[in-house]
Design a binder for this molecule. Sequence first.
Ligand SMILES: CSCCC(=O)C(=O)COP(=O)(O)O
Ligand SMILES: [Mg+2]
Length: 238
Amino acid sequence: MSAVSHTPRVALLDIEGTTAPVSFVHQVLFPYARTHLPHLLAEQAHDPVVQAELEEIARLAPGVPPMEQLTRWMDADAKVGPLKALQGIVWGQGYQRGELVASLYPDVVPTLEAWSKAGLTLAVYSSGSQPAQKLIFGHTQQGDVTPLFSKFFDLRVGGKKEAESYRNILRETGWQAEDVLFLSDVTAELDAAAQAGLQVCQIVRPEDATVAGKHHPVAATLPEAAHLFGLPDTESAA
Ligand SMILES: CSCCC(=O)C(=O)COP(=O)(O)O
Ligand SMILES: [Mg+2]
């Protein structure tokens, strides 16, 4: 049974819990950043990009030593611009050294290839910084899959639990709200996107023990979401 009367033209995808396993983000990426951020701050504090983020930390948390503030944010899994930007820089060094390779759920690349082939526009909206998004999709076990995506949105459009952020994405792209399908594991993000008029689907991955909400269509994988929304899945595109 289809969940919609209007077939989406754009798929806007979350990362953690939707395209990349929560375990990869929390057990590989976050610990890697926690280990390497002190060295980045010690060695590259005068790099203009790092310096700009340190200034932003000082503005948000006056008087708190920057590494202490970053640790507080990491402990709280806070989605804050300077933390996300600096994590992205550290991850970039990790991918470059071959110490990080990104894991995606196995259904992601085949399904996105099928959607792209069918003419869908694909885009990412994650709390991870735009450079970090390009890094994760640029260094997957399946190679560089960034060419699948037309747009990468991060916290610069606003937080993912605020409807205004999705309106900002619509304004920036000219997409019609009803043409866009937002896929995420987090119900508060789906509530905000739905409030802005987007179609939404919760991705509930059994391996991540995601809890299904009551108000939005639910799928365990991207091919399952494809069936709900009248999109091609891997098999029908082959
Ligand atoms: C770019 S991968 C790391 C994602 C990240 O830093 C994060 O906080 C998870 O955010 P998402 O919006 O993808 O759930
Ligand atoms: Mg998520």
